[in-house]
Write a protein of this length. Structure first.
Length: 132
């Protein structure tokens, strides 16, 4: 029987990780040898189809993995731990960038308006209506 899930953890040095099934339940161990030999390595949050067998130590193990097309992937899990912190920092940085841009535009418009006001009210300045 085939199941579908997302690669939720991967240790590049050791060559193994875990798949979180879409329907819920315990994570399933997966080794590098279970991945298709298509030249692409495992990627976190990648949707996969797999079969489950009993491993050498009696634990459930994912085998005969197939990559699911991007259109068939359900919504990915929410980031947790360090990934959540990175996402929060990135969002904060985007907000601060927009805020800084708005402040710069307002200051520039204010300076331009002040300069125009000072030029019109400077000693010896001729009002535009009086020039005719």
């Amino acid at each position: 029987m085939r199941f579908e899930g997302v690669l939720s953890a991967w240790n590049h040095d050791a060559g193994f990780g875990a798949i979180k099934p879409f329907g819920g339940g315990d994570e399933v161990f997966v080794g590098l040898a279970a991945f298709p030999t298509d030249g692409e390595g495992p990627r976190l949050d990648e949707a996969l189809s797999f079969e489950i067998v009993s491993g050498r130590d009696g634990r459930k193990e994912a085998v005969r993995l197939k990559r699911l097309p991007a259109a068939a992937q359900p919504a990915l899990r929410e980031p947790t731990g360090a990934a959540r912190l990175r996402a929060q920092r990135a969002e904060r940085k985007r907000r601060l960038t927009w805020l800084a841009a708005v402040v710069i535009v307002v200051v520039m418009l204010g300076l331009a308006g002040l300069r125009g006001w000072q030029g019109a009210h400077a000693p010896g300045a001729v009002a535009s209506a009086a020039r005719h």
